[in-house]
Ligand binder design. Structure first.
Ligand code: KG4
Ligand code: ZN
Length: 334
């Protein structure tokens, strides 16, 4: 079965073709980062318009690049949420139109399910059940993944998401938007000499809170008489040290609590070099396996949506109707 995947939840237009037997045939991506940079964040209306401009050319390009004819596509999967409503509407209307025109099923996909299944695009795949550490711009969650579609969220952020904390700290250091990758790069030339808080490190639950860490960085920045490049790099390194330690400590605790020995790390912050290196070191020490998507599939992309759609369709195909009816639909439930 060949699935076309469409991702338009935020500021990336991602298109992919995933074959159930052959794996990923190809993918294309258009990032809107340059478009939103000047505003210091995503402007929803501009995002929607840009998705409209790029979505069809990207689909055409991918079909050409992979030598695929439209009639060979068996289903079309698209991100149905969460995300920016206008942006989501672009992807979903194109997907539903293609589904209608080609007479193939459409599969609405949850964006976060795409992220947490993304490591399955790689050759070395985790086996169910496993733990997922989902760290993106909008979410920081620890999830017990029992099966496809069976997800227990056991830890969540109480305020800022990990990516948001990276972005806001990057902004304080004048690194621009979105900033996570730039901050990580800057940290490489710094030393973590500042003792920043490690929020909720020893709390018994698996929740996170990062807004205090961001405030501590703000106070630290204000205290500096001169914010030299070296001091900035040291602050970046100290921030990264704190946040990665909390993320890893909580994840290891959660694995012990649930008796799991595999973890997948996904979402944009999963691209962070230090997080990856520290997790690999911790996995050796604590005897667990760690799985990451390749860097291009950490941030938003169409491949994870095509894959999640394909896996979901294989399941629902066996158990569900393609559409639902409501035999006991009450008038007051309209
Ligand atoms: O998953 P994603 O592309 O979009 C959401 O669904 O939110 O994640 C984007 C987030 C941004 O906050 C970005 O700064 C962060 O991931 N990010 C990073 C790195 N690359 C992207 N954070 C830390 N280190 C990185 N290398
Ligand atoms: Zn995402």
């Amino acid at each position: 079965m060949l699935v076309l995947g469409i991702e338009t939840s935020c500021d990336e237009t991602g298109i992919a073709l995933y074959d159930e037997d052959k794996g990923l045939l190809g993918h294309t991506l258009h990032s809107q980062i340059d478009l939103h940079k000047a505003y210091g964040g995503v402007v929803p209306e501009l995002a929607s318009r840009d998705h409209i401009s790029f979505i069809i050319p990207l689909i055409e390009q991918l079909l050409k690049q992979t030598g695929t004819e439209r009639y060979q596509i068996d289903a079309v999967a698209y991100t149905a949420g969460p995300g920016l409503s206008g942006a989501l509407l672009v992807g979903s209307s194109v997907a539903e139109s293609l589904s209608c025109a080609l007479g193939i099923p459409s599969i609405p996909v949850h964006h976060l399910e795409g992220h947490l299944l993304a490591p399955m695009l790689e050759d070395s795949k985790p086996q169910f059940p496993f733990l997922a550490l989902l760290v993106s711009g909008g979410h920081t969650q620890i999830i017990h993944v029992k099966e496809i579609g069976q997800y227990d969220i056991i830890g969540d952020t109480l305020d800022d998401a990990a990516g948001e904390a990276f972005d806001k700290t990057a902004q304080l250091l004048g690194l621009g938007y979105p900033g996570g990758a730039a901050l990580s790069k800057l940290a490489e030339s710094g030393t973590p000499i500042f003792n920043l808080p490690k929020p909720m490190l020893h709390s018994k639950d698996f929740d996170f809170s990062f807004s205090g860490l961001k405030t501590a960085v703000l106070t630290l920045v204000k205290k500096q008489t001169e914010l030299t490049d070296q001091i900035k790099a040291n602050i970046a390194a100290s921030f990264q040290e704190s946040i990665t330690e909390v993320l890893i400590h909580k994840s290891v605790n959660a694995m012990n609590h649930l008796n799991l020995d595999q973890i997948v790390v996904s979402g944009g912050v999963g691209a962070n070099k230090q997080l990856r290196e520290k997790l690999v070191a911790s996995s050796k020490k604590n005897n667990y396996q760690v799985f990451f998507p390749s860097l291009e599939f950490c941030t938003d992309n169409g491949a994870m949506i095509a894959l999640a759609g394909s896996l979901r369709y294989q399941l629902s195909h066996k158990t569900d109707y393609r559409f639902s009816v409501m035999p006991r639909w009450r008038l007051n439930e309209i």
